[in-house]
Design a protein around this ligand. Structure first.
Ligand code: ATP
Length: 360
């Protein structure tokens, strides 16, 4: 990778009491990336971010920022700045004073401070509110103040810990776009921590999916969705049908399997797999038909439920052998419906190449 700005090498963090929050993680983050650490609560993503910022010290391993080992560099001397979940702003100061504070205490001359504060407020579109106090502002505006406070210090890397979680849903959507725009404009590396897959998928150029202290996969949003490496990633990113299967034979890249409800299947796999696998297929890759389809993987079932979502409907099917399948159907433009109803017998089918074979 060209121009690595943050390099995390075999980093482990064990807390007293036996919790290994981060377990031998290695990651390279490039200059100018919008990088997300994504995972469920407790997976270690915040601890990893705090180690990058220097607020937490690794038990072992190295954190290198801008080519320098940070082992003995305290937080305030690192080329990073952190925006916290509960965007800490001083209530008794105006927006301008809040943003200027960090420069003032480090002795930046007054005229330079004024210029840099002006630039930072412009970046987050708060020039018009420079003289307001935080309690006269909305949650989204206060969040921008927190961003301006971090940006005014000109960090090489901006660290954001669940920055949108305190905002309501509508504002969160707007702020996602704002953050993406901001990252593109200021051209610094953003590393964001989130447990919200939509947030990571919509903003980040690359995502590290974490579980139990370990990185499960690092990839672009599209790669994670189309080529999840294991069950955890497939399940965590988007919706997926996971079908248990047994491998009877593997010849090169071809697997001869016996799958629940589907019988014998021939599938492709990139690597050698064990005897037990899961066949993963996304709900929008599945098709429904009344007559038995001539090609592809197919199974008969009964419609259990149809949930309407405007453009699409989510149809749940109980197929033979107790196999449950979830199908996303494009609703008919004229009738507005999915064209199936509860209790109806249908065939579910899909192209074999839309199946992903997962080993764990
Ligand atoms: P969340 O989204 O809930 O914040 P997270 O993925 O960010 O979760 P961390 O906060 O990094 O997870 O915590 C990872 C694990 O380490 C958890 O089991 C947590 O309880 C534990 N942990 C975090 N900080 C400490 C600490 N200071 N002392 C002891 N254990 C800790």
């Amino acid at each position: 990778m060209s121009d690595i700005i943050v390099s995390i090498r075999n980093v482990t963090k064990a807390f007293p009491g036996g919790v290994t929050a981060v377990d031998n993680v290695s990651l390279d983050i490039a200059q100018n990336e919008f990088f997300a650490l994504l995972g469920p609560s407790g997976c270690g993503k915040t601890t990893l971010l705090r180690m990058i910022s220097g607020l937490e010290t690794p038990t072992s391993g190295q954190i290198i920022i801008g080519g320098e080992d940070m082992a003995f560099t305290p937080p305030n001397k690192r080329p990073t700045n952190m925006v916290f979940q509960s965007y800490a702003v001083f209530p008794h100061m105006t927006v301008e004073q809040n943003v200027a504070y960090g420069l003032k205490v480090t002795g930046v001359p007054a005229d330079e401070t004024r210029r840099r504060v002006g630039e930072a407020l412009e970046m987050v579109k708060l020039q018009a509110l420079a003289n307001r106090k935080p309690d006269q502002m909305s949650g989204g505006q206060r969040q921008r103040v927190a961003l301006a406070r971090a940006l005014v210090k000109r960090p090489k890397v901006l660290l954001l810990d669940e920055p949108l979680s305190a905002l309501d849903a509508k504002l969160r959507d707007d702020m996602r776009m704002e953050l993406t725009r901001l990252q593109e404009t200021v051209g610094i590396t953003f590393i964001i921590v989130t447990h919200d897959q939509d947030e990571a998928l919509s903003m980040a150029s690359r995502i590290a999916v974490m579980d139990k202290g370990a990185v499960q996969q690092v990839a672009t949003p599209a790669e994670l969705y189309e080529h999840p490496r294991n069950r955890f990633v497939a399940d965590f990113i988007g919706k997926v049908n996971l079908i248990e299967a047994r491998v009877l034979r593997q010849i090169g890249r071809k697997l001869d399997c016996e799958a629940r409800g589907l019988g014998r299947l021939e599938l492709q796999s990139d690597g050698l797999v064990g005897a037990k696998v899961a066949v993963a297929v996304r709900p929008e890759k599945l098709k429904l038909s009344m007559a038995e389809p001539a090609h592809g993987i197919r199974v008969r079932g009964v419609v259990q439920n149809v949930a309407y979502y405007g453009d699409t409907s989510h149809v749940t099917i109980e197929a033979v052998d107790g196999l449950g399948l979830s199908v996303t159907v494009q609703n008919d433009r004229r009738s507005g419906g999915a064209g199936v109803e509860r209790g109806q017998q249908v065939w579910v089918h899909w192209a074999p190449e839309d199946s992903i074979v997962l080993t764990e």
